[in-house]
Design a protein around this ligand. Structure first.
Ligand SMILES: Nc1ncnc2c1ncn2[C@@H]1O[C@H](COP(=O)(O)OP(=O)(O)OP(=O)(O)O)[C@@H](O)[C@H]1O
Ligand SMILES: [Mg+2]
Length: 445
């Protein structure tokens, strides 16, 4: 079975036909019995939709606002939440911190660390909760016994790769064990009404068995991201059966744990007043809020036949398209230049609204000239050089204004979106107009 996508084959295959990854096939021993796996979520006979009683969804807040928002306003009892992330990013820290303020029993199952290690971390994070029970166990049966004894409102499993169900011969971490343990946990969670948070490891390529397979089973999938070399950490909802799947929570890792960044507006912008050529600010839309982000470009002459195009936090192919548009429609010569693009703070910009900011950063770097300071730039760039309207213009502009920017270079937008905006607006319809906004003195290198 492929450990990345779950593709099954009776013999070993070097390359998985399902996901094209190499060397992902592992042997799985066929299980002999199928224990009761059907999860009943209500009546056993079909019910008319109109006759099903509606209930208000109960949500429990952890008290960590950034985390609660990503969950859709708190976690829902009876739901299973998966938190995936690279090793050492801070998964255990986040979950330990988020259970601290809960007023009901919480069972924290650790299959990776000893009780003393957890105690040391808890002391470092200042966690003194009387409701927190720690169980250093990996057998699902003993974990279920612990749940029956404590009757927790929340169970944390750290991590699913270490847990095993003794009914199956496979070792912990194999696809079968991960899937079966999650299914059993899901069933117990739905029956007993507590919530379960599961930590799942992924490696740099995302190929290890785990989160990818689990994503289909669980209710909510959160991803913990961030460059382990920088202190910013982002929690993103990838799937949520109980809320928006686009929310973003921003944290900063410090010696005494993760600190919430409630005003991420300026986090990804260094010093906007002393901008250097090649640096522009864009307003990205993450989840339900706008975040100001710095986009930097560097353009150098290439002395070899094949100029380099390197991006961090931006798609390489999209950069190629933008360069082609700038060359063909903007009249700039870039085919013999190395172009480097960097999005600050470990953020990845994948929305079309970032196109114009990337284009402007490149133009600014190429001409060694900068746009007026305090300018926010966003818009979608078409292949004809036209600049297209993007969603949430009003929210992006309001956030830019609130954080002290004064000017905006944007595409046409509905009148209502621009009604109360006090920024100086440069509404552009073509990339040439944007290039012409650069002061004429240095332009045209
Ligand atoms: N004493 C310390 N002082 C400051 N930061 C620390 C300290 N100990 C740990 N950290 C931070 O916490 C991070 C590890 O956090 P944590 O153990 O929660 O991560 P994890 O994602 O659960 O890792 P794993 O995959 O190993 O379980 C480290 O990368 C480091 O940034
Ligand atoms: Mg951990």
């Amino acid at each position: 079975m492929c450990s990345a996508c779950g593709y099954e084959s009776v013999k070993w295959i070097g390359r998985c036909p399902g996901c094209n990854n190499w060397n992902t096939f592992t042997e799985e021993i066929e299980r002999t019995a199928t224990p009761g796996r059907a999860i009943s979520r209500g009546a056993t006979s079909p019910s008319k939709l109109s006759e099903i009683e509606s209930t208000n969804l109960l949500r429990v807040k952890t008290g960590i606002e950034e985390f609660d928002r990503v969950l859709g306003g708190g976690f829902v009892p009876g739901s299973v939440i998966l938190l995936g992330g690279e090793p050492g990013i801070g998964k255990s820290t986040l979950l330990l911190q988020s259970v601290n303020k809960l007023k009901f029993p919480v069972l924290y199952v650790t299959g990776e660390e000893s009780l003393q290690q957890i105690k040391m971390r808890a002391e470092r994070l200042g966690i003194k909760s009387d409701n927190l029970f720690i169980l250093a166990e990996t057998s699902l049966e003993i974990i279920f016994d612990g749940i029956d004894k404590i009757k927790p409102g929340l169970v944390v499993i750290d991590s699913i790769q270490t847990i095993y169900n003794p009914q199956f011969e496979n070792s912990p971490g194999t696809v079968t064990q991960i899937r079966e343990c999650t299914n059993s946990l899901m069933e117990k969670t739905k029956r007993s009404g507590f919530a379960t948070m599961i930590i799942g490891h992924i490696n740099k390529d995302g190929v290890i068995a785990g989160p990818k397979i689990l994503e289909h089973i669980v209710d909510t999938v959160l991803q913990f991201e961030g460059d382990s070399k920088s202190s910013h950490r982002l929690v993103r909802a990838l799937k949520n059966r109980f809320g928006s799947a686009n929310e973003l929570g921003v944290f900063e890792m410090s010696a005494d744990g993760l600190k919430e960044v409630k005003e991420p507006g300026l986090l990804f912008v260094n010093d906007r007043l002393t901008q250097i050529p090649g640096t522009v600010i864009t307003a990205a839309y993450e989840g339900s809020r706008a975040v100001l982000v710095e986009v930097q470009a560097l353009v150098t002459v290439s002395f070899f036949g094949n100029p380099q195009r390197v991006t961090t936090g931006y798609d390489n192919r999209k950069l190629s398209i933008i360069l082609a548009v700038l060359e063909k429609r903007g009249g700039l010569r870039l085919s013999d230049k190395n172009v480097f693009v960097n999005v600050a703070g470990g953020l990845y910009l994948d929305e079309p609204a970032a196109d114009l900011a990337v284009a402007c950063a490149i133009v600014s770097a190429l001409t060694d000239n900068r746009f007026q300071s305090g300018t926010v730039i966003f818009g979608e760039l078409g292949l004809g050089g036209e600049i297209r309207t993007v969603s949430n213009t009003a929210k992006r502009l309001i956030e830019s204004e609130r954080l002290g920017l004064e000017n905006a270079i944007i595409p046409k937008a509905p009148k209502d979106d621009l009604k109360n905006v006090k920024l100086n607006l440069n509404i552009c319809t073509h990339i040439k107009e944007v290039i012409n906004l650069l002061p004429p003195t240095v332009k045209g290198s």
